[in-house]
Design a protein around this ligand. Structure first.
Ligand SMILES: Cc1cc2nc3c(=O)[nH]c(=O)nc-3n(C[C@H](O)[C@H](O)[C@H](O)COP(=O)(O)OP(=O)(O)OC[C@H]3O[C@@H](n4cnc5c(N)ncnc54)[C@H](O)[C@@H]3O)c2cc1C
Length: 539
């Protein structure tokens, strides 16, 4: 355990660094433990205003709902973020290809896609050299390769989907990404990780380059505090708009099978003695009976799945949209950055276009992070599910870091209109073992027992026996996890994991087990063993 913990502690930064530093504040640990174990509740009704939710491409989708809440569903998805959208798309398209009709209902507590997917950094990036070394230490080299391939495959799949469908406003694109290091020790450690990655995954590492201090500063216009940079391919996206395109197309294509019910909070779930439809979902607008209930509720999952409290919990993240300075190079959205310090980092993308050129938008630098810069090393943000406030010190840091990171001479004066356009917060979901939870939820986790139905093996139009399901807890890396986890979960619900899928737009080919990491499967044993406080044992 010791080496696992120390490898985790060495490898993690950003959110992970918050966990690392907890041990220094033992006095606050009890309060933290209570927060992590508490009920995150239903999303608040007065969230901060996210840049991404402005100018929605489908205004009718924002508050879409039926006049009367449907009373019954085959499959009920709670949550309308990227996970819910991916699950719905998989289930509906798979049912259509099988010639099966299943009634799918998506419930959303607030406006459509107003959770983390509508409030994040839009960075499609998993830092493969760092992830590979971390996973290798935990799971061995072969499994580390599977995990890294799973995460990196999101970029081509999502970019191709948006391109082929003509979803241009989603701005899904490849970028050249830079990890810029402002701490010499972390810089040296990362260079070593790149060496390992190059040796053991040469194909994946072929576009990874190391730039020492002088060349990095000159080529990429970095400030004097930068020790060097590592560059490779990543992506960026307007995540809300991708989801909006997906949901709009599903509502049009499957009008009689799919409905979206916004402003409909799920308050509780109960079970009845009904083999085919054991669940009653109690919402703010009435009850719905369903065969399957899917929790795609991210940071709020533990509200309805009490057995997962303390194992999957919310963390408040802060995001900003800022105008680049007058000297900042025009990159038209082609580059992204992580600004990495000895503790924590900021993730940065830049939207395409010139500053404010289209309806007052364009060229914004989208920067978030800074969590460990807040008072008490940022761990005050752990266990907070509300996105109604921002953190003062994090806001100060994000507001000032850009000219320092890029250098005052490369930034220049602030652009007309000022630097800061928007600042907002969002709730992301962290898991105690830093891996997502995907799959069927055992009744021991939901606290809801029900009589189990068994389906004959030769059922012509298969679907798994009724149950509750989860796909959540991407540890701040939803853009390289949620889409394919959603597909995997959709296939599990339909009992289609063994089907060999052809290459289809927006989907991986082959059997589920060939591309989906088994380390993500949600089991009672995994949940029991996961403990955020085990990370502190070495202190
Ligand atoms: C500030 C911030 C920055 C981030 N930056 C990045 C990044 O740059 N790159 C990256 O890869 N990841 C990033 N993430 C993480 C990423 O956004 C998430 O992992 C991902 O969006 C999760 O998608 P989801 O669909 O599972 O959850 P969400 O998008 O949160 O959707 C869940 C939905 O469920 C709804 N809901 C919850 N409870 C209920 C209920 N009881 N009844 C009805 N509805 C309910 C919520 O309102 C919400 O809309 C960031 C997250 C945050 C908060």
């Amino acid at each position: 355990m010791g080496s696992l913990i120390s490898s985790l502690r060495d490898a993690y930064f950003g959110i992970k660094a918050v966990v690392q530093t907890l041990a220094e504040d033992y006095a606050d640990l009890n309060a933290l433990q209570a927060r992590l174990n508490s009920n995150p509740g239903i999303p608040v009704s007065n969230p901060t205003t996210s840049f991404w939710l402005q100018n929605p491409p489908f205004p009718d989708l924002v508050d879409k709902r039926s006049k009367t809440l449907p009373e019954s569903a085959d499959i009920l998805i709670i949550g309308s973020g990227i996970t819910g959208a991916s699950i719905a798309r998989t289930i509906l398209s798979e049912c259509a290809s099988m010639g099966v009709k299943k009634r799918v209902i998506m419930l959303e507590a607030r406006e459509v896609c107003s959770g983390a997917t509508g409030r994040n950094g839009g960075h499609i990036k998993c830092t493969p050299h760092e992830s590979y070394c971390e996973y290798k230490e935990r799971f061995g080299a072969e499994r580390a390769k599977v995990l890294v391939k799973f995460q990196t495959s999101h970029l081509p799949i999502m970019v191709d989907l948006a391109k082929q469908e003509g979803w241009d406003l989603a701005e899904a694109r490849e970028v050249e990404t830079l990890d810029v290091f402002y701490d010499e020790k972390v810089w040296e450690e990362n260079k070593k990780m790149v060496e390992v990655f190059r040796r053991e995954m040469p194909e994946a590492a072929k576009d990874t380059y190391i730039w020492e201090r002088k060349e990095a500063r000159e080529k990429y216009k970095l400030g004097e505090h930068a020790f060097g940079a590592i560059t490779y391919q990543a992506g960026a996206i307007w995540p809300y708009r991708l989801v909006a395109y997906v949901l709009d197309s599903l509502l049009r294509t499957y009008a009689s099978d799919f409905s979206l019910e916004t402003h409909t909070s799920v308050e509780s779930i109960s079970t009845v003695n009904n083999l085919s439809q054991p669940f009653i979902v109690h919402t703010s607008r009435g009850d719905i009976h369903s065969s399957h209930v899917i929790h795609a509720t991210n940071a709020h999952t533990a509200t309805l799945v009490p057995g997962i409290r303390g194992k999957l919990f919310p963390v408040r993240g802060t995001m900003t949209a800022q105008r680049p300075g007058k000297m900042f190079p025009e990159l038209d959205g082609s580059r992204s950055w992580c600004l990495i310090n000895n503790e924590g980092y900021e993730y940065v993308t830049q939207r395409p276009g010139k500053i404010d050129s289209l309806n007052g938008m364009g060229g914004e630098i989208m920067i978030g992070g800074g969590m460990v810069q807040a008072g008490r090393k940022g761990f005050g943000e752990l266990g907070i599910a509300s996105d109604a406030e921002t953190n003062y010190l994090i806001g100060c840091h994000l507001g000032g870091v850009l000219p320092m990171a890029f250098g005052l001479e490369n930034w220049g004066n602030d652009a007309p209109g000022g630097r800061m356009k928007n600042m907002w917060s969002g709730s992301l979901a962290l898991t105690a073992d830093m891996m997502p939870f995907v799959g069927r939820l055992e009744p021991s986790l939901t606290g809801r027992a029900y009589e189990k139905a068994t389906l004959a093996k030769d059922t012509a139009k298969p679907i798994s026996p009724p149950g509750e399901w989860i796909s959540a807890g991407y540890n701040g890396e939803g853009m390289v996890n949620a889409w394919l986890c959603g597909i995997a979960l959709g296939l599990m619900v339909l009992g289609r994991g063994d089907t060999v899928a052809e290459k289809t737009l927006g989907r991986p080919q082959g059997k589920l087990e060939e591309w989906f990491p088994r380390e993500y499967l949600c089991t009672q044993e995994r949940v029991t063993n996961a403990s955020v406080f085990k990370l502190l044992e070495t202190r």
